[in-house]
Design a protein. Sequence first.
Length: 474
Amino acid sequence: MIALKPSDVAGGALVLALLLPELVSPNAAFGQSSSGGRPLMLPSAQSAPQYTGSIPQPASPPRITMPQRRYAQATPAKEWSGEDGASGHPLMTSDAIRQAAANFDNCVASMWPAAAKRGISQDSFQRFTADLQPDLRIMDLMDQQPEFTKSVWDYLDVLVTDARIARGREILAKNAATFAAVEKTYGVDRYIIAAIWGIESNYGTQGGDRSVLNSTATLACIGRRQNYFRDEFLAALEILHHGDLTPQQLRGSWAGAFGATQFMPTAFKRFAVDFDHDGKRNVVDDVPDIIASTAMKFKKDGWQPGQTWGYEVVVPQGFNFLLADRARNYTIAQWEQLGIRRAGTKPFPRNTDKAFLLMPAGADGPGFLMLGNFRAIMRYNPSEAYALAIGHFADRLRGGQPFVQQWPRGERVLSRDERLELQQLLAQRGFYKGEPDGNLGGDTRKALRSFQVSVGAPADGYASSGVLDRLRGR
Ligand code: CA
């Protein structure tokens, strides 16, 4: 799962900041979704029009395949910068980090009563926590502020590649019987599961190599997300105590996401399934468990069997883009009355489904009508770009074609300084009330729309360089 989410991510952490290999932890982006998947909120995540933050992690070097486990462990970690965190949070100053690190052993020991309440034995607690050490590099990663973010088309280009499609089709063919059994049991589309698997960990080959127990202990005792990570740490201990996974298997991103589909420890607790009945819920090495556990998460997140996630659509000239809003759910028939058509040659299969209109690149890019299953994908990672990538990748695995319409590839993504300037200019004109922070979330989008309406421009809320120029008075 990716790293940008705020609320409760569940499973995958995956998406790393494409631009920022360091931000990699998929879940990191996730903030947190339903299941706890992504813990940290990346800088611009939530509903930023340009999808900063959470990008799958494409760029990491290929990992070595070890005989017994999938993730190599040797990558030498870089040292902590020793600097104050960019968030400005009082627990992220270098002094606060040093003090918390000095108290790390006491902090870990203080979690014993909570562990005991969960049925973890004293022997397990002592054994698994004996060698824990604070990994302060994680503090840099948690507070990294991306200078540049990726456009949605660059994001899709990185995630949905011919190689990933080819490999996915092999995996679908090889495990066809398991996928069929899982579809029958959980009602979740096999192509969506394969897409998550392929994008979260490149089919189990890139899931991160940090000890999940060590990372979550670090985050539970140091920095600005301690409460959140205390639960993740205790859940990780439970996994080890129950023997579902060994410490060697329980390795993952710096934010604690692990396994083929990048579950956080609490997501594991809620969704992991022992589908092959060998007594262990092994979401790292055991294909039936990986597929079924991922399906279980989608089922619990409201996946509707037999429905797709959404459709690429053609939006007519002069359309009122204020209607492109996640809060506006209309039936397909109502959208058709507003002039929306499905892209390509196929009609919509049903016109009673409710959908919202997403314009991920603004008025100059393709539109998409998103059904309830799109929201289920966003429970995995609350980024619209992520969910679009997963949905599209699943369609391609199924044999579907690339999008029909072109992205506005000539448009560039604003830098952090430009994003701050945009918010300042919107504030000066009375459209934006918040503190400029460079994160183009829902409030900025709303402010931009109001500005666009005031000047008679299409109110898509998209932070293009053109709209910035217009705010500058050029
Ligand atoms: Ca199993």
